[in-house]
Design a protein around this ligand. Structure first.
Ligand code: DGL
Length: 264
């Protein structure tokens, strides 16, 4: 079976997961789908998102004939992983907040959770906290603004450090906070700015590497064959909202040649 992996996010934040995948599974073919017609996910209701995802993802998976679907979006995974698994016929790897590794690393037992407003509210996130970080104090920030800032940075725009700093201010008030979970795939792209703004040494923990490793194990279990010739494809759900030229230049860096629109 050809090693073709489908990667999905509301926007281009999932590139943080894609680049980890390409490091450890360089010979796979990748199809990346961004739901730009419905971006951002963090402000949508649970009903809206479940409806959208269970409709869109089977079409995306069928369209690209992929072997594994990587849901490179915490907002979708913490809500709809099971619902998605029940409607697509291939294994699905989700990205969920790295609360467990963060709790293992934190010495002070004060941890920050940086996510979308939706991920911060999820029952799934609460259960990760009660399962793995019961003895920790959790400071939670849900930020729509940082998602937009990350999208802009990935597209090559300049970003304002002072805007980022005001979003992070509640974390930095806590003198003992020593670890922050980057629980939105967009936020890996702002790590440099976050580190610059941090008033002291803080560990920033993301799920991207672990998700790539899990995908690699799955690819081995499924016996997926590495490919000599690859044709990575970029699929969006809307043309109008984005600058196609910027996107194609950006995705070219990841070996993507095509842009296709999937109207859902
Ligand atoms: N990148 C997504 C995540 O990991 C969501 C961003 C959004 O659309 O709000 O949560």
């Amino acid at each position: 079976m050809k090693s073709r992996i489908a990667v999905f996010d509301s926007g281009i934040g999932g590139l943080s997961v894609l680049s980890e995948l390409q490091k450890i599974l360089p010979s796979s073919e990748y199809y990346y789908c961004l739901d730009n017609a419905f971006y951002p996910y963090g402000t949508k209701t649970e009903e809206e998102l479940i409806q959208r995802l269970t409709k869109l993802l089977p079409i995306f998976v069928r369209n690209c004939d992929a072997r594994i679907l990587v849901l490179a979006c915490n907002t979708a995974s913490t809500l709809a992983l099971e619902a998605i698994r029940s409607v697509v016929n291939i294994p699905v790897v989700g990205v969920v907040p790295a609360i467990k590794p963060a709790a293992n690393l934190s010495k002070s037992r004060v941890i920050g959770l940086l996510a979308t407003e939706a991920t911060v509210r999820r029952k799934y996130t609460d259960s990760l906290i009660s399962d793995f970080a019961k003895d920790c104090e959790l400071i939670k920030i849900g930020s729509r603004k940082l998602v937009d800032i990350a999208e802009a940075k990935i597209r090559g725009d300049l970003v304002s450090l002072s805007e980022i700093s005001s979003e992070l201010a509640p974390f930095f008030k806590h003198e003992n906070l020593d670890t922050i979970v980057l629980a939105c795939t967009h936020f890996d792209h702002l790590r440099e700015e976050f580190e610059k703004l941090a008033p002291r040494d803080i560990r920033w923990v993301s799920s991207a590497g672990a998700v790539a490793l899990r995908t690699k194990t799955l690819a081995e279990e499924l016996g997926l064959k590495e490919l000599d010739k690859k044709e990575n494809r970029l699929i969006g759900t809307q043309v109008a909202k984005m600058n196609l030229h910027t996107l194609s230049v950006l995705f070219k860096r990841y070996g993507f040649a095509f842009y296709q629109t999937l109207i859902v």
